[in-house]
Design a protein around this ligand. Structure first.
Ligand SMILES: [Zn+2]
Length: 273
């Protein structure tokens, strides 16, 4: 090899090596499984599934499996050290144990040293902490005169399921969750978070018993899966009025309050006003 060729060879090899070690994705070869990739690239199967939005473990040759998430992805992990339990991790990061088990696909509470425990999507600055199983301090940062005045639909706000795309627990596919599911036992009082006029009070497909309130300026709030409706269509309501009692009507797996805020009929994230 002439020196110039040698130099080229070295440069090209270095480029390949650098790009491999830093590569954002792994190209699936025959025989690869999520587990084998997770071992090779030191990343957990649940992380891979989360980053790649995989709904199952099936891979095909040539498929690009991303190893790092995009910039706006705020996932984070805890590496298990001795003495850690799901409970201690749950306390440390304020994520509940059931959620940790669910997002990490854990069948038991046994953890192994060195395991990466995915903590779920961490909240952005300014967001409300929906990972928390504790009470949420609901305070709008909005300068918008309507949003600014939004109060809470429940006295105690605990998010069971956030707004956004998710695997629908009943339908079994990804759909936009147009609201937020708040923890609510049967017959928990539901308050109107803002003044307005009731535009709908009754049954709606999927929503079960629902109340829709027109809050003015093109804003609308929806409260679904109710057990009892305490207002009528056309009724004016003030902020803080009890409009319903929570329940489990419609397409649900258990009692909770589905809460939506819409602007010009388009859903907004109620936890990110
Ligand atoms: Zn919901």
């Amino acid at each position: 090899m002439r020196p110039i060729q040698k130099l080229f060879f070295i440069i090209i090899t270095s480029i390949i090596l650098i790009s491999c070690s830093n590569s954002k994705y792994y190209t699936v070869k025959k025989g690869d499984t999520l587990y084998s990739i997770s071992q090779k690239r030191n990343i957990s199967v649940s992380e891979l599934k989360e980053i790649n939005k995989l709904e199952n473990n099936l891979l095909y040759s040539g498929q690009k499996v991303y190893l790092k998430s995009s910039k706006n992805y705020k996932g984070s992990y805890h590496t298990v050290s001795s003495g850690d339990t799901l409970y201690s991790i749950s306390k440390k990061y304020n994520v509940n144990v059931d959620r940790l088990k669910k997002i990490n696909d854990l069948k038991s509470n046994t953890l192994y040293r060195g395991d990466k425990i995915y903590l779920g999507k961490m909240v952005n600055k300014g967001d409300l902490n929906y990972n928390s199983s504790s009470t949420i301090t609901y305070k709008s940062n909005s300068k918008n005169p309507v949003l600014k005045n939004f109060g809470k639909p429940l006295k105690k706000m605990v998010v069971n399921s956030p707004y956004g795309y998710r695997d629908h627990p009943v339908l079994g596919r990804k759909i936009l969750h147009t609201g937020v599911d708040l923890k609510a036992y049967m017959n928990t009082p539901v308050y109107s978070p803002h003044s307005g006029v009731v535009t709908y009070a009754g049954w709606m497909n999927g929503y079960g018993k629902i109340v829709i309130i027109d809050n003015g300026n093109n804003y609308e709030t929806r409260f679904a899966h109710l057990n009892r409706i305490l207002v009528k269509k056309g009724q004016k309501v003030k902020k803080g009025k009890v409009i319903a009692k929570s329940g489990k009507t419609g397409r649900v797996t258990g009692p909770h309050l589905h809460y939506e805020i819409r602007y010009k009929k388009q859903p907004l994230n109620p936890m990110k006003l």
